[in-house]
Design a protein around this ligand. Sequence first.
Ligand code: GLN
Length: 479
Amino acid sequence: MELYELTAHELLDQIKNNATTPRDIQQSLKEQIERVDQKVHAYVRLFADGLNAIPDPQNACPIPIAIKDNMCVSGQETTCASTILAGFVPPYDATVIQRIKTQGCPLIGHVNMDEFAFGSSTETSCYGPTSNPWNLECVPGGSSGGSAAVVASSESVWAIGSDTGGSIRQPAALCGIVGMKPTYGRVSRYGLIAFASSLDQIGPLTKDVRDSALLLNIIAGPDPMDSTCIDRPVPDYTQSLVNDVRGLKIGIPKEYFIEGMQPDVKARVLDAIKLLKKQGAEFVDITLPHTEYAVATYYIIGTAEASSNLARYDGVQYGLRKQPDHLRKSTLVDMYEETRSRGFGKEAKRRVMLGAYSLSAGYYDAYYLKGLKVRTLIKQDFDKAFDIVDAIITPTSPTTAFKIGEKIDDPLAMYLSDIYTISANLAGIPAISIPCGFGNDGLPVGLQIMTKPFDEEMMFRVAYAYEQNTEWHKQRVQL
Ligand code: GLN
């Protein structure tokens, strides 16, 4: 394998054994990006010093990383793939960026995403779509589609994404890599441009489970700058990678194996369950009875929070400012209107309108408040399930990657691609997607493992045990 195809832990071993140097790794990635990004269109901005600066030999982890375009990097334009943030240069680093920098990982650049993370395909980006490295006519998933695509195409060793309703796990599944959403409160959101503040979490997208644990070690932990980030010690997650599931109880929720699911996706997930059974895990049928309300609940709470968070983009403080050209004299309100009409894309406008509606006087109780109540019921379903099982296994996405353009004019079809991932955000629990094979179309399929809050260790243990007995994570795309 070429250097750019290796995992972070393999590269760290090679550096330790003097088989390679941080400089060689940078060079190898640089050439790979030059060769394939014209096909994949994943980077929206390469940082000048990312792969060019000479790394300090004292750096603990000199493995280059790609960053989703919604995390503030001091001195680098950060836009959330939205025209409204064009020209916005944050004066500070997000906490995760600061932690990554402290480890000495060079930041390669910002990668593409759906505008403000609204979407499941990366097509709503103001920079245009990113391609799935496994089939360039297909979407990489979203909203962290750029993060998943650069790892799958070996244009980065690993990447950071954010997940509000599935935005790390669904693209990881569609691109055949590992993506994990930590427990709400495990990783600081300071400097993550907010979509829905009670659902957003930052997490790693990597080539295998060990890298996922390594990157979570770096980014997790309390932060005085984010009061929702829990003050709880961070274990060394690599200690959970033990390849032993004997005696573990794993739940299969009946509500997740439904009609409409691609038959070959279902078959791959059932194969994975069979394999884990052979390794000694015990499977139990469970029920999460409120699952059918998850999508509706998510799109009420998520849009309500998004509409509040997006109110700050008014042309005054951040990014774009537009005056109407047709008026000789324009007021402040005219400027707000013109800026927001031109700065936001279609999906962002749809979310602002939906959210403002469900929060408005007279509708608040019927929609938003009811949404919060159903969210509690969904959370209680999981609490009950985790009284009897150690982990829950489901598919990550009902289908493999779809074609660019196929769902973009049908928001409901797009929203339904998150049916398996949304509940973990509503319940605040950790969840990981790992590769479990390929569909009949030759595209990757993902397996989702969920555990109780702050039990990332159990999640990694099950994921690692499965991975160590398969070869899926070793497949590399040739572009
Ligand atoms: N696809 C979902 C949405 O459009 C989830 C996005 C996300 O997790 N950021 O809201």
